[in-house]
Design a protein around this ligand. Sequence first.
Ligand code: ADP
Ligand code: ASP
Ligand code: MG
Length: 472
Amino acid sequence: MKLLTMKFGGTSVGSPKAISQVADIVEDDLEAGNRVIVVVSAMSGVTDSLIDAARKAAAGNKWGYLSTSETLRERHADVLKQLVPEGDDHDRTLAQVNALVDDFVNLCNAINILGELTPRILDSIVAFGERLSSRVIAAVMRARGIQARQYDAGQFVITDDRYQAANLQWEETVSNVQSRLLPALEEGIVPVLTGFIGQTRDGVITTLGRGGSDYSGAIFAAASDSDELIIWTDVDGVMTTDPRIDKRARVLPYVSYHEVGELAFYGAKVLHPKTVQPILDKRIPLRVRNTFNPTFEGTLIGPDSAPSATVIKAVTAVRNVGLLTVSGRGMIGVPGIAGRAFLTTAKAGANILMISQASSEQSFCFVVMDDKSRAVKQALEQEFEQEIEQRNIDQIDLLDEVIIITVVGSGMRGTPGIAGKVFTVMGQNNINVIAIAQGASECSISFVVEEAHLERAVIALHELALQTVEMA
Ligand code: ADP
Ligand code: ASP
Ligand code: MG
């Protein structure tokens, strides 16, 4: 008997038909004698619509959020109507759905009156998506005779109060899972938990960042000592590139934790970048599988680096970033400039995605997400006011409309000439490379190019990746 944690994404729970498929998958594993913890996302599109509704509320558009509330009500009621027979459980769950939607409207009314949307309130708003989906999914499972019980994950997952991207408090979370969730499993209950959501010690709802249900799945898998974590999604596994950019993308049978960490960090939406963190130490195997093609094995992700001859495994791109450059001849030999720049960036609330410095010490550059790049530039100009005045630093430049392209593969380590091949391909395609960085682990190479080149760059490099896949 195995303990499996399964996370189902938005599309996988996006319609009555999909939810029925989810119930089939869970049922099959229970029949095989396994125990299952289920973690679910909001129904597809719901999180976006909640954010949009909250913004409309703050802007005074009452009709906007009322219409969202009606759509929410209908979509969740429809799942119950189609998959849960008339009776007590149907009525009770429908009443819960209606009560939650009413709470959502009340909260939007408050936002509307105040004319202001704080990060804290926004987290409470987006959490409605998972709170609704988990309730109807648990009811669907019960209608099949599965002993499913819905839980809001906040009672287990404790975080700090960094709203929208809360940090996990691991010890408390593990202790909550062990003391309260495991006993329920022992009784034969199948917990159906909200992904994406946590809670501060004071009981305020937080969220783990967009796409964070994958991370929730990993948190529950690790805290419960599951034998396996399965991320059920809408593609066959982790692929050589985003199939929406290049249709030739192929499923990778095996990827290491390290590789998938790089892939996710550098834009592969299929997994949240933090997903591997909780399961890394315990070496819990992770599988990415397709809810709509459940007989296919998907991608296995584990601790070993690939033993095969694959060199470049995958190509990813991060959009909406800005490249900041700090330059000036007076910087040579002056210690601490980079340190101060990175500290200032952190204080401005921005994460650094990539750093590059030329050997001359006359300049260095780094990449942050677009929504923070202007604030970072201003903060840097303030921090280095004196240096700029004294001409030790010439200026702080911000280049918008750029992207990061990353090629990933642990086989690149010790395989000479890969970087050469990558940049030759860029040259052949007339794509100017603005900045380059390679991690010390040599598991990935990242570089910055103009946004307009995204598709051409990804497709050309993917060609190279496909060739190396064929070598395996
Ligand atoms: P879910 O709702 O199940 O979490 P997401 O939409 O968050 O699903 O992630 C799955 C999507 O990620 C796929 O539909 C695919 O378009 C996209 N994607 C981007 N890069 C990759 C990749 N390298 N491999 C697989 N899918 C990718
Ligand atoms: N529903 C959340 C989102 O859309 C979390 C997730 O689906 O992973 O970002
Ligand atoms: Mg996702």
